[in-house]
Design a protein around this ligand. Structure first.
Ligand code: MN
Ligand code: MN
Length: 467
């Protein structure tokens, strides 16, 4: 009897899947490396709250590491490092490999736009001696989460004469911040009857920007005038200049460790800057790869990847074509032989909301980088479903390189779902798989990730493009 039982135990050990928390699998020195890596990540989060800032940060880092701007026809050889800046909102970088490029490249793709409140083109108004900005939210948000938190304003204004001013207010300790007000509970009995989606409506996301009137008797809209006067003195702009501006209100707080054990990071914009940073760091540290390593940090994922800086645009295809031409081959040949890690966050299991997850098929924090065979909604609509062969290849690669990884679907089958840029890359005839970091409170102003998962994602990219 006892012999049978121990046989069973042995069998179980060899046949059942067993996964453990990363902290129980990592050695002390690796945990130290992980913590150090995450300090760099927090700095990136604070410096790059918008896609434009992420590109600026990236291009500077690339230049520091010897990357040069790619000019078609410039002539390339193994070991060369290049980048292309797409309109200051997306960037492609590459480390040229030693193998013939017609055998394909290793692609990593992540997005650097995050949900936020954009200003409308006619944003400034005064109501009852308060000045406010009208906003138009960007990406999928739970609107009520964006009220009563400090907001900073980031972006650019293009003036009538074509000159451009950059705006960042709310990040320095001494800067003022802004906020969207909410109703006090005492008077919210009607509002409280609205459902959560309607609790705060799109047209109620108005940002307070001032209350002090321009000092002159019997002047209408004196608070708005005072604000425009301040803006004119600081930036040389008039009200009409907002027409050609891109201003984004984002949470003003900085990235912080979460928990007494500091095992997690809370910040705005983990989705998807956590994959952007890890892919970027893997690329700058990539030395002499066999296959050319190409990393794309793209814009507009949160609104469906349309537009010339989103991955439904041809800019990636054109880049690969230009790259192929350098070596006398065709872009389509390179793409057809390429492999891609499409890097985006996945939903982490939250013990407070277990009902939306299939616990056997979802991602957990501290269980490593999440590999997702397919995304999409319900009957796998809008997905790229990686082949068993390609998943098998990635599985072997991760195991060989001691990357702690897990697999996870975005919630229960009928619950909803979501897509990533994977489908647009796979549509170019590239073997593509989704990988990324599990996130708690995704798309909230303050999202949470676990440090070990961030580090394992970095390790996964390093293994992939280091081949
Ligand atoms: Mn994302
Ligand atoms: Mn997202």
């Amino acid at each position: 009897m006892s012999k049978e039982k121990s046989e069973g135990k042995e069998l179980k050990k060899s046949l059942f899947s067993s996964r453990k928390n990363a902290y129980l699998r990592m050695k002390a020195d690796e945990i130290k490396k992980c913590d150090k890596f995450c300090e760099g990540y927090k700095k990136f989060l604070d410096a790059a709250k918008t896609e434009r800032e992420a590109v600026e940060y990236t291009v500077k880092l690339l230049k520091d590491h010897g990357f040069v701007e790619f000019k078609p026809g410039m002539g390339l050889k193994a070991g060369d490092k290049i980048y292309v800046n797409n309109r200051g909102k997306a960037v492609i970088m590459a480390v040229i490999g030693s193998e013939d490029i017609k055998n394909g490249v290793h692609l990593c793709a992540a997005h650097i736009d995050s949900p936020r409140l954009d200003l409308k083109q006619n944003p400034v108004y005064e109501d009852t001696e308060m000045a406010l900005f009208k906003t138009h939210y960007y990406g999928g948000i739970k609107k009520y989460q964006w009220t009563v938190i400090p907001l900073a304003l980031h972006g650019v204004i293009v003036k009538a004469d074509g000159s451009k001013v950059t705006v960042t207010v709310g990040e320095d300790e001494d800067d003022p911040v802004f906020c969207v007000n909410d109703l006090l509970p005492h008077l919210a009995q009607d509002q409280m009857k609205r459902n959560l989606a309607q609790g705060i409506k799109g047209e109620e996301l108005n940002i307070v920007i001032g209350s002090r009137p321009f000092k002159e008797d019997d002047l209408s809209e004196a608070v708005k005038l005072n604000i425009l006067n301040i803006l004119n003195e600081k930036y040389g702009i008039t009200e009409d200049d907002f027409l050609s501006a891109e201003l984004e209100a984002v949470p003003a707080f900085k990235a912080k460790d979460i928990g007494f054990d500091r095992s997690m990071i809370g910040a705005y914009g983990h989705d998807d800057r956590v994959c952007a940073y890890t892919a970027l760091m893997a690329t700058v540290k990539c030395k002499n790869p066999k296959k050319t390593a190409v990393t794309i940090l793209t814009d507009k994922e949160e609104t469906g990847s349309d537009g010339n800086t989103g991955l439904q645009s041809a800019y990636l295809k054109y880049f690969i074509a230009d790259l192929a031409a350098e070596f006398g081959t065709e872009g389509r040949t390179v793409l057809s032989n390429s492999e891609c890690m499409s890097a985006d966050v996945n939903a982490a299991f939250d013990p407070t909301f277990p009902e939306v997850m299939d616990k056997k098929n979802c991602a957990f924090i501290n269980y490593g980088v999440c590999v997702t065979k397919f995304t999409g909604a319900r009957g796998k609509s809008g997905t790229s479903d990686a082949s068993a062969e390609f998943v098998g290849k990635i599985r072997r690669l991760l195991d060989k390189n001691d990357v702690i990884w897990q697999t996870g679907e975005l919630g229960k089958v009928d619950m909803g779902g979501g897509g990533t840029v994977a489908a647009y890359i796979a549509n170019l005839n590239v073997d593509t798989i989704d990988v990324g970091v599990p996130v708690l409170s995704m798309h909230a102003p303050f999202e949470t990730v676990a440090k070990t998962d961030v580090y394992m994602t970095y390790k996964a990219f390093s293994a992939f493009i280091g081949q």
